[in-house]
Design a protein around this ligand. Structure first.
Ligand code: RB5
Length: 148
């Protein structure tokens, strides 16, 4: 498994913490930046880099971080094939995979507790899609992306 990582300046500490968690779990990752919190940057740039890595299968899934998780999640969801879920805790990380087959987790460094981050990441990476009735709903999401 390979994980694509990205953040803006506000999410930078979360991305750096995620790298430590992934290293501890022995999971490979690619860091698409930003590489410091000293400079204000635009979160869509990092959402695009991570989203494109996931859609092209250069990575299996993505973890994105900004202040709230909202902006970077909205931007990632503009890339066809990306299902980015803004998660707040272990429960929403689990449901994002189980019900929504999310391939990107977006986290808000200003809202989520740093202590919960390892469990949220581990839950997101290990929970499988429940399929069944949820598969029909994911197909309907994909249909919304189809050219009219
Ligand atoms: C940057 O200050 C902040 O707006 C951004 O990190 C994010 O929270 C946007 O949704």
């Amino acid at each position: 498994m390979k994980v694509a990582l990205g953040s803006d300046h506000a999410g930078f500490p979360g991305k750096e913490a995620a790298k430590e968690v992934l290293s501890r779990l022995g999971i490979a990752y690619e860091d698409f930046g930003t590489h410091s919190d000293a400079e204000s940057v635009d979160y869509p740039d990092y959402a695009q880099a991570v989203g494109e890595a996931v859609v092209s299968r250069r990575a299996d899934c993505g973890l994105l971080f900004c202040g709230t998780g909202i902006g970077i999640g909205i931007a990632a969801n503009k890339i066809p094939g990306i299902r980015a879920a803004v998660v707040h805790d272990v429960e929403t990380a689990r449901l994002a995979r189980e019900h929504n087959d999310a391939n990107v987790m977006a986290l808000g460094v200003r809202n989520a507790s740093p202590a919960d981050l390892p469990a949220m990441i581990e839950t997101f990476l290990t929970t499988t899609f429940a399929a069944g009735r949820h598969a029909r709903r994911i197909e309907k999401i994909a249909a919304l992306e189809a050219p009219k």
